[in-house]
Design a protein around this ligand. Sequence first.
Ligand SMILES: [Fe+2]
Ligand SMILES: [Fe+2]
Length: 248
Amino acid sequence: MVTGSAVGSPESLPLSIVALCMEYAYNTESDTPRYFRNILQTPLAVEESFRVFLNEWRDDESRHAGILRNLLDSSIFRGVVVPDPPERRSPTWVTRLTPYLYRITWVMPRYFCAIILAAATVNELSAFLGYARLARHVDDPALRSALGQIAGDERRHAERFAAFARKRLDGYPSVARFVKWCFRALWAPVGSKANEGAAFASVAAILFGVVGPTDRDDRLDELSTRLLGFEIEPSTIAAKRIARVIRR
Ligand SMILES: [Fe+2]
Ligand SMILES: [Fe+2]
């Protein structure tokens, strides 16, 4: 059951739901070092400009985790009960294998680096839209401003990852076809590894605009198409994955 502060306006989310979304985001941001280490196993680590960006990116995400933690522990959320906080399970065999899977990238570097960079682009865009959606539906000005600033960083990250992706994609239709296939078969919404169970489904559904405020934002597909140069329909894939978790 959802408890917490009263809804300030028809368009604002209850603070308990905002807190749950922020816990999800905090877990996602805190998972960055694992992702960072995995990417450093790939040929991308050889590219100096990418390495510089990746270090800046890791610092940004860890700063975001700190901001979210401070906000969640601040007086804004005093007395707010967070329903069903996201739980962390022990790593599955797939998670344990992941660092080794990243080394496959050396076999077909253009293909595998393209999928890593395209996935990162879509994940950052999802984060951007999720934070922007939260920011639009909170009443507290300090909270709205902090979420809006994080959203701006995520959008910038998406553009940077996309620029590195386009170097592998433009002029290589077979690489684009491979990326599209990987998305349909393997991609999961950002944060789903760091947040499992019922909390994942309920929060992801709000952050990805499947349920919640009526300004449902479908621009994820449009933005990812614009940045990557071809259509991969991540919103549709995310909605299907979330629906599957909810049905479980
Ligand atoms: Fe972030
Ligand atoms: Fe980011």
